[in-house]
Design a protein around this ligand. Structure first.
Ligand SMILES: *Cc1c(COP(=O)(O)O)cnc(C)c1O
Length: 351
């Protein structure tokens, strides 16, 4: 049967109201890519769930199809979200598909160029807020309480419903849940979705390793971070809307939430690219966390209480595509060599 998107495939398992009218860009059905070489290095059976291959380049599309389908069915004409970038691009695309007006609020100057370009290309009205993502989210919540504009951030429960489908797909592909699932944590909608999804699907439960950036690690510190800072802009969030649920997922699964430095994130991004998988910085946090936990990275030996991945089936959730944030790469490389258009010049430069 021709693939028709996550609501078509898993709708019977999603708690969506009957008034929903499906709006889809055939999101989901992303590959679970085996990583044999890196797996050998880390002494585990490793796969990447490459969510960067969704229609707008991140996992946000799984939840957005559900949120927009519900909003359309209810007769909403305008949707709004606060975003570190990927939610904006996704909301803009699905609103365009549905013929809705989309307004997106982003923190001024803190959104990767590929995401901003996406939101603009899909025709959203983009507004920069002089503040953080958390400030933008407060504004969006307030306006949707006072007007009929529909909120499509992940505090919208239908976003969580749609995002559960990634857990279902992993279980279907592996014929059961993995032993360990590693993923970045920002506003904590995704970790909540995975954990809810695994519990509902009843094909086994993974340990969950949630990874925050050290400069934006409220769940590790145990308190909100007023001025979150990290190069991983997608997880640059100081007051996660679903923080409690993220902590529950970590605890119930016998996993944990840890923080890694920006250096560890960028180094993990390079490792993945070296395996042919280019992800945006936030998406490399899962691997950075796995490396930190298993002691194969900069942190020399396994510390007491760290997770053991040895011989286990591990899935890294790579949440967004590297093309979303090209500047993080281009700003730090030397521009390519220039040669005259002659054979000799080519031979001399490559030998
Ligand atoms: C949104 C996003 C995250 C964080 O997901 P949360 O649900 O906010 O925890 C991580 N990576 C990418 C690429 C994202 O777009």
């Amino acid at each position: 049967m021709i693939y028709q998107g996550v609501i078509h495939r898993y709708g019977h398992l999603l708690d969506l109201p009957t008034h929903s009218k499906t709006i889809s860009l055939l999101e989901g059905n992303t590959p679970l890519i085996p990583m044999p070489r890196l797996g050998r290095e880390l002494a585990c059976e490793l796969c990447v769930k490459f969510e960067g291959l969704n229609p707008t380049g991140s996992f946000k599309d799984r939840g957005m199809t559900a949120a927009i389908s519900e909003a359309v069915g209810r007769g909403a004409e305008t949707v709004i979200c606060a975003s570190t970038g990927n939610t904006a691009a996704s909301a803009a695309a699905y609103a365009a598909r549905a013929g809705l007006r989309a307004i997106v609020l982003i923190p001024e100057g803190k959104v990767a160029i590929g995401k901003l370009a996406g939101a603009v290309a899909y025709g959203a009205e983009v507004i920069q807020v002089q503040g953080s993502f958390d400030d933008a989210l407060s504004l969006v919540v307030e306006i949707t309480q006072k007007t009929p504009i529909a909120l499509v951030n992940s505090i919208n429960p239908f976003r969580i419903e749609g995002q559960k489908t990634a857990a279902f797909e992993i279980c279907d592909d592996l014929s059961g849940a993995p032993d360990l699932l590693c993923l970045p944590v920002g506003n904590a909608g995704n970790i909540t979705s995975y954990w809810t999804g695994f519990k509902q699907y009843q094909k086994g439960l993974p340990q969950v390793l949630g990874v925050q950036a050290a400069g934006a690690a409220p769940l590790v510190l145990g308190h909100a971070v007023e001025k979150p800072e990290t190069i991983a802009t997608a997880i640059r969030i100081g007051r996660p809307a679903r923080g409690e649920q993220a902590l529950e997922a970590a605890q119930e699964s016998n996993g944990k939430i840890i923080a890694v430095s920006d250096e560890e994130i960028l180094s993990a991004q390079k490792v993945l690219a070296g395996e042919g998988i280019w992800v945006e910085p936030a998406s490399a946090a899962g691997l950075a966390g796995l490396i930190a936990e298993t002691g194969k990275g900069r942190r020399p030996e396994r510390v007491e209480g760290s997770l053991d991945a040895k011989g286990k089936r591990v899935v890294l959730v790579c949440t967004g595509h590297g093309l979303k944030d090209p500047a993080i790469v281009t700003e730090s490389f030397e521009s390519p060599k220039v040669i005259p258009a002659t054979y000799d010049a080519l031979v001399s430069v490559i030998s």
